[in-house]
Design a protein around this ligand. Structure first.
Ligand SMILES: Nc1ncnc2c1ncn2[C@@H]1O[C@H](COP(=O)(O)OP(=O)(O)OP(=O)(O)O)[C@@H](O)[C@H]1O
Length: 266
């Protein structure tokens, strides 16, 4: 199943999204959407506004103006947990696992936040709560097996390598059945072999699990290998939106990356 073969309704849409920080325009009238089944890349030089977009889409930041729509409904300014409950799930540039919990427990906790029994109902109905936890642990192990991490289920997250922690983050996000999974620089700090593994798992999440993906990434090998479409930001403005091979040859994109005095990872 590919992005083209699926229904093309947008899962998430930004309309004229703008964010100012103390008068500095970090994002300017950004129009953007990710359709169901797509893998869309969001790239741009350092400071171009990628994290600002992710933070606005996931409710971490409120926009100065513009709107965020999820499945056509207005979620502008909604809190992160509200957005997450509508299937918008993300990873972070800096890995955010609970270091002193086991790998399995990290995933069970994510499931608990999403749909688990609350403290009171666990207290009142222990049998149900235990059954829920058993099911959640089982799902966590299935996810870990998918990412070839099952042998690490009972290790502390802090004892894993960066590559392994990134796989656990993906397993944790996928366990919550995201409608759209936003991956924030998942290749950062990975060895070439782990980058290959990441590419394989991003494809599998879309092709086997039907997850729509927004990928913020500096490593162009990953972007070109997995993305159906790439959106390019420069100084908070969208400068290109199209197929990866076409976008990388766009003079505006080349200028954004090699422009005088800029840094580039591409
Ligand atoms: N909380 C904030 N307060 C003030 N300025 C901010 C804040 N967050 C981001 N900015 C500024 O907004 C602009 C866009 O930053 P943003 O982090 O979105 O860029 P980015 O493309 O994600 O960069 P990178 O690739 O380095 O992560 C930058 O000039 C940044 O300094």
């Amino acid at each position: 199943m590919t992005g083209e073969q699926k229904n093309i309704a947008p899962i998430i849409r930004a309309e004229a999204l703008t964010k100012n920080f103390q008068g500095m325009v970090a994002l300017n009238a950004f129009d953007f959407s990710v359709n169901e089944g797509e893998i869309v890349g969001l790239i741009g030089p350092n400071g171009s506004g990628k994290s600002t977009v992710v933070n606005l889409l996931t409710g971490v930041l409120a926009p100065t103006s513009g709107r965020v729509l999820i499945d056509g409904k207005d979620f502008t300014g909604a809190a992160p947990h509200v957005v997450a409950r509508h299937g918008v799930v993300r990873t972070f540039q800096m890995i955010r696992l609970f270091p002193s919990l086991t790998v399995e427990r990290n995933i069970v906790l994510a499931l608990q936040e999403q749909s688990g029994p609350g403290y009171m109902s666990s207290f009142l109905n222990r049998r149900n709560a235990m059954a829920w936890h058993e099911k959640a642990a089982c799902k966590a192990r299935d996810m870990l097996a998918l990412f070839e991490m099952e042998k690490h289920a009972h290790k502390l997250a802090t004892d894993l390598s960066i590559g392994q922690q990134r796989m656990v983050e993906l397993a944790r996000g996928l366990a919550t059945n995201p409608r759209i999974f936003i991956l924030d620089e998942p290749a950062a700090g990975l060895s070439p072999i782990n980058v290959d593994r990441l590419i394989e798992m991003i494809r599998r999440m879309r092709d086997e699990f039907g997850v729509t993906i927004l990928l913020v990434e500096h490593v162009m090998r990953v972007v070109q290998a997995v993305c159906d479409r790439v959106v390019v930001l420069d100084y908070g403005q969208k400068v290109a939106d199209g197929k990866p091979d076409v976008v990388v040859q766009d003079p505006k994109v080349i200028e954004a990356y090699i422009g005088l005095g800029r840094s580039s990872h591409a």
